[in-house]
Design a protein around this ligand. Structure first.
Ligand code: SF4
Ligand code: SF4
Length: 362
């Protein structure tokens, strides 16, 4: 049973849990809740047991192809459900030296075909554009996870759509819903309006239009303690509504399950939904999704260069357990042999149609 949680961030806050010196800013606190919380009626079985029953334990990589880099926790937004606990008050960002180590790892490993840049708002890292241009010189496919509002946050970001286009970047943008109230409730007042303007700017230069090849994908995540609806049908709903109301087009919608860590964990606890949500994830466990979890073909690099199985393990500070666990001594052969580190939060990737940075997986 969870007791005495002392959560203070129920109302909209512009400060991260970290900045509030919140109890959950300590990942040990989060891990303790994930691993040991239970009620009289409900005990969450170890995720390891589910994998064993599915013949997937120990969980092994299928071959790393995606090199995901978290270039920092700084963000212009402070969304309620952020699994990074990002915000304007976070100062952890990747240095140019660590970026150079990433570039070296990419140059030495042709099997790494895709580079996925995330944050925070990755564009707020002062070396972001240099980093993108250097990666493109290596002929890698580059994805940028853009929160849309950053494009309008400051004059210096207004030309980001042009920059993306010049570098043929795939842009993946979060838009929790196609209505103002649901989006603003989750991400802050005014976010929906600015997101729509940013999408129109991207459309104006060709993003999201079949004939240009400039890919614009959107990301949905639930506004409460529930699982995402079916990706395909929700995509239709988004396409119809955004076209009708704002003339916006995009390529695909990715549905993502909220991971019970950081600010989403905080939300679940203060709304008294934590156990119910974990039970939902457990009941919806899908072995097909488990076989396709993204950590099997992705490696995640933290702002300080340490390596993780995914962005979620990174936020829980669960470094991979091999000697070369830093990008400065990147060894893809060794990484492909490792055991992936799992925990109770992994139920977030295996529920229903599953969830990954690329949306549903089953
Ligand atoms: S969810 Fe994305 S946009 Fe929102 S605070 Fe977190 S990193 Fe920033
Ligand atoms: S949380 Fe990370 S390690 Fe766990 S299943 Fe999902 S991608 Fe894999």
């Amino acid at each position: 049973m969870i007791e005495n949680t002392n959560f203070i961030s129920g109302k909209e806050s512009k400060i991260s849990l970290h900045g509030q010196h919140h109890k959950l800013a300590d990942v040990h606190e989060q891990l303790e809740i994930l691993e040991h919380s239970q009620t009289n009626d409900f005990v969450l079985p170890p995720f390891q047991e589910k994998l064993q029953q599915s013949g997937l334990y120990p969980l092994k990589p299928t071959g790393i192809e995606i090199f995901q880099v978290n270039v920092g926790k700084m963000c212009n937004q402070t969304c309620k459900h952020c699994h990074v606990d990002a915000g304007p008050d976070r100062t952890e960002i990747m240095t140019k030296e660590t970026m150079q180590q990433c570039i070296d790892a990419l140059r030495n490993n042709p099997s790494l075909k895709t580079v996925d840049l995330t944050g925070g708002a990755p564009e707020m890292n002062p070396e972001f554009r240099w980093f993108v241009e250097e990666i493109k010189k290596l002929n890698k496919h580059v994805i940028v996870r853009c929160n849309l509002t950053i494009i309008l946050a400051n004059k210096k970001y207004n030309d980001l759509p042009e920059f993306y286009k010049q570098n043929n970047i795939e842009v993946v943008c979060s838009l929790p819903f196609y209505t103002k109230d649901r989006t603003d409730r989750q991400r802050g007042n005014g976010v929906f309006e600015n997101s729509i303007k940013a999408l129109q700017m991207l459309n104006d230069i060709g993003y999201g239009k079949e004939e240009t090849g400039l890919i614009l994908n959107l990301v949905y995540n639930p506004a409460g303690a529930f699982l995402p609806p079916l990706q395909q049908s929700l995509e239709k709903g988004y396409k119809t509504a955004l076209m009708k109301e704002f003339g916006i087009v995009f390529n695909h919608l990715f549905t993502i399950t909220n991971m019970p860590i950081n600010r989403y964990m905080d939300y679940l606890l203060i709304s008294n939904n934590y156990e119910k949500y974990m039970e939902k994830l457990l009941l919806a466990y899908n072995p097909v999704a488990a076989a396709n979890v993204m950590c099997r073909n992705l490696i995640s690099v933290g702002w300080d260069g340490y390596l993780y199985d995914c962005d979620f393990n990174q936020m829980l500070e669960m470094k991979i357990e091999i000697p070369s666990n830093h990008v400065s001594n990147f060894n893809v052969a060794e990484l492909n042999k490792r055991n992936i580190m799992i925990g109770q939060h992994c139920y977030g990737c295996t529920a229903g149609a599953g969830s990954s940075c690329g949306g549903a997986i089953a």
